[in-house]
Structures are given as C-alpha cells and as structure tokens.
Design a protein around this ligand. Sequence first.
Ligand SMILES: NC(=O)c1ccc[n+]([C@@H]2O[C@H](COP(=O)([O-])OP(=O)(O)OC[C@H]3O[C@@H](n4cnc5c(N)ncnc54)[C@H](O)[C@@H]3O)[C@@H](O)[C@H]2O)c1
Ligand SMILES: CC(C)(O)[C@@H](O)C(=O)O
Ligand SMILES: [Mg+2]
Ligand SMILES: [Mg+2]
Length: 349
Amino acid sequence: MAKINFGGVEESVITREEFPLSKAAEILKDETIAVIGYGVQGPGQAMNLRDNGFNVIVGQRKNSKTWDKAVADGWVPGKTLFEIEEACEKGTIIQYLLSDAGQIALWPTVKKHLTPGKALYFSHGFGITYKEKTGIVPPADVDVILVAPKGSGTSLRRMFVAGRGLNSSYAVFQDATGKAKDRVIALGIGVGSGYLFETDFKREVFSDLTGERGTLMGAIQGIFAAQYQVLREHGHTPSEAFNETIEELTQSLMPLVAENGMDWMYANCSTTAQRGALDWWKPFRDATLPVFEKLYSEVANGNEAQRSIDCNSKPDYREGLEKELKELRESEMWQAGAVVRQLRPENNK
Ligand SMILES: NC(=O)c1ccc[n+]([C@@H]2O[C@H](COP(=O)([O-])OP(=O)(O)OC[C@H]3O[C@@H](n4cnc5c(N)ncnc54)[C@H](O)[C@@H]3O)[C@@H](O)[C@H]2O)c1
Ligand SMILES: CC(C)(O)[C@@H](O)C(=O)O
Ligand SMILES: [Mg+2]
Ligand SMILES: [Mg+2]
C-alpha cells in the first residue's frame, strides 16, 4: 500500500502498479461474482470485470428493460444472466447494485443466500450505515466490503474502454474469512478503478451524499440557474446567458482545471478575469457555506437517507423522477443548451 501525501496529509492508496490485474485474478480465481442489478453501476462494473477475465454472472428481474439491455450487452440467459435469486444462490461474491431503495426490498432474498464464507459487496455505505432504516444487517460469517467508484457507472465503463480508470474508495466493514481485504482490493482493481483510496462505510456515505447534493450535482445546477436568471433579467439573450454560464465552463475552462488545477485555468484567462475571479470566489464561498453546513447535518442525522428511501420506494418513483427531469430539460436554460450543443461543429456536420 503506497503512502501518498495529499496536500500535506498522508493517506494509504492502492495503485495498479502495486496491485496488478494478475494478482487480482489469482485472488478471485475460484470466485463467482454475481452482479445484482443492471441499472447504471451494474453494467459498468459487470462488463469491466468480464473484460478483465473474471467469472461474472448478472442477476436481474426478467421481463424488464434492463434484462433486455443485459442480453444486448452479451449476457446469456441461463448461462451468465439469471433471475436475482438464482444469481444470489450461484454467487460466492454478491455485488449488491440495486438502487439503494431496491436493496431494502430485496434484502430478505439476498440474505437467504449469504451462506458462510461468501462476500457481500456494496458500492455505497448507505444500506449498512443507515441500518436502522434499511434493515440491512448481514450475518456475522460473511465478508462485508465496499468499492465505490467516484463517478457514474457510465463513466466507469467509458474510461475503462478508453484505457483510463475512474478512482474508487474501498472499505471493509466485516472480515469473516480473513480474506476480505484481498477480496475487496482485487474487486476494486477488477472493476477498472484507476486507484483505490481507503474509507469506511460511514465516511463513504456521508461524503458521497454531500458531494452529489452539493458541488457535483445540486449546487452546480443551483448556481447555474441563479446566474442565468440574472443575465436574462438584465436583457441578455438565451444564447449569451447559456454560453456565459455553462457552455464555456464545460467546453473550455473545466478541461483546463481537470488538466492542471484552478490556478492554471485562471492563468490562462485574462488578467481582468483573474482579478475578478480572485476577488469574487470568497463571497461565493461565504454565501454557500451555511447551505453546505446544513446539507452535511441533514446527511449525518439521517434525514437525507430517509427522504431518499421514502421517495424511491414508491411504486411509481420512476414516473415522478422522469417528470422532474423533464421540467429541468424543458427549462429555457437547458432548451437553449440543447441548441448550443447542436451548434458545436462536431455535432453539426
Ligand atoms: N449510478 C451510479 O453511477 C453510482 C455511482 C456510485 C455508486 N452507486 C451506487 O451503486 C448502487 C447501484 O446504483 P445504480 O444507480 O446503478 O442503481 P439504479 O437506480 O440504476 O438501479 C439498479 C437496478 O435496481 C433495480 N431495482 C430497483 N428497485 C428494485 C426492486 N425493488 N426490485 C428489483 N430490482 C430493483 C433496477 O431495475 C435497476 O436495474 C447504489 O448503491 C448506488 O448508490 C451508483
Ligand atoms: C455518480 C455519483 C453522483 O457519484 C454517485 O454517487 C451516484 O449516487 O450516482
Ligand atoms: Mg451517490
Ligand atoms: Mg458518488
């Protein structure tokens, strides 16, 4: 395990150099990895494991769109694709990749097949950390482990195919066999992680829920909407407002941040822009800090988990989500965005 200094704090990290795929293959050579659920993470992790040469099967509800998607992705009914219960029975490692609410509903089925020595794998600390709400309490004689890719399952797959790797965190909650750590790291490498950093189930779920509600998804849409509104109210056109709020960020500036950090992106803008950005980032930080504090406390006290369970356990939760996504899609800002995307020369041949 490499010790790496992150801005003055030393952390343990597993790299592909010290833990190559051949080592992962040796550790998992006698295992059957059952990936349960074929939504977003399921396909990414299952296909990466398969392409890396592991023995993988998929468990998914028959007569569902995602069953058909699994077939289209090359999983063969009766050979590598099964009903959820049958896959749980066959798997020695059960990768529990149903939605977090779906995991509650299917828990009695999965638990039945957690015989001694098996491993139960999550990609989120949710089910275990909020066990009073989820009822997910694994038997003592199985390993309970986590690999949480830090990004969408879609990116996990795309980056793997492109020869890159998304970073993941990993954790061991319960080591019943003495092999849990080897198993979890081997699986983390197997699903295509670029490198793995250590966490525990609680820290994973608290940081993940905060991140996706905050800068990764919730806060960013909020700040986009606020700036777009101000520009529009002051007479700017939709194309100008969209370009100045989002298109320039995703197409020009964020790739520079990803490549070499914020100061480097700033350094590649005008001194006028640098002066303004250096003056204004602190007021934005100060304005949003109380919202982030409130968000973290709602995550830590379990309210966010409860809300997610309540909403996503409804039989018509998909329809409700689709309605809210449609509202976003049909807002003037994102309608302008659709037109701007079409005008990118690469989309407009
Ligand atoms: N989406 C991501 O990219 C991502 C990233 C990191 C971690 N995670 C975690 O990975 C896990 C899986 O997330 P996801 O986004 O891939 O899930 P998802 O919402 O796409 O759902 C996965 C599957 O669960 C099935 N499902 C839902 N409820 C069910 C029920 N009651 N019975 C049977 N099947 C049911 C769906 O049909 C789908 O095939 C979660 O713990 C999530 O927090 C997801
Ligand atoms: C992709 C994310 C946002 O990182 C993940 O946490 C999720 O829940 O989908
Ligand atoms: Mg998440
Ligand atoms: Mg996440």
